[in-house]
Design a protein around this ligand. Sequence first.
Ligand code: ATP
Ligand code: MG
Length: 225
Amino acid sequence: MSTLILDGVSYTYKNGDRKVVNNVSCLFGSGKVSAVVGPSGSGKTTLLSLMAGLDQPTEGDIYLDGEELTNMDLDQYRRERVAMVFQAFHLFPLLTVLENVCFPMELNGISKTDAKAKARELLASVGIETEKHRRYPSNLSGGEQQRVAIARSLASGARVILADEPTGNLDKANGERVIEILRQLAHQQRYCIVVVTHNLEIAERSDKVWSMSDGVLVEQVTQPV
Ligand SMILES: Nc1ncnc2c1ncn2[C@@H]1O[C@H](COP(=O)(O)OP(=O)(O)OP(=O)(O)O)[C@@H](O)[C@H]1O
Ligand SMILES: [Mg+2]
């Protein structure tokens, strides 16, 4: 089980003069894809970075499975409990596909041999063929790079995946494939998945949709058309 709960969370940037995240209370449950939609500048990425433990709320608390983030070792939390997927993939350009996926496991002390075996399995699960494992990311298509990034996010063992515009750089077909992988991870393997998106198709294919406006997060009761 992996459930993230935000309780009255607000955030003001150090040099900022307003709450970019304003009194957000919500629950992101395991086994679900939750979409967060909203206009540019409404605070979506900031909200994800708080859930990822990259920044601490100026007010309020965040809990993972009942444990408050500020009581945890945040380095360990970021290494093992949550993983992020970005619009621009953020793969390491000088590591091969296989090495990219091995990286979080080696960071967590898993042996090279075990990491490689697990990485091959994860890459196969997102549809990256064996002959592409030795390539550098720049020699893959955007859709393939994003699938490698998803495999790498799973490699850390994190049960919470936070994705910021994961299909933003992809065409429709590749975007759909990425959504389908995220849905399967949630529905078949009980991951907790939060996806920030401008893409209405992702929102429609999510289990829950939240909309953010000026830092305020509201659950949408009806799915957007
Ligand atoms: N490091 C920073 N310092 C000060 N203000 C910031 C910083 N990063 C973001 N902001 C401001 O916080 C607000 C929310 O930004 P955020 O990146 O969370 O929006 P967003 O909803 O993700 O937008 P987009 O859809 O364009 O990615 C914006 O007004 C932005 O200018
Ligand atoms: Mg953003």
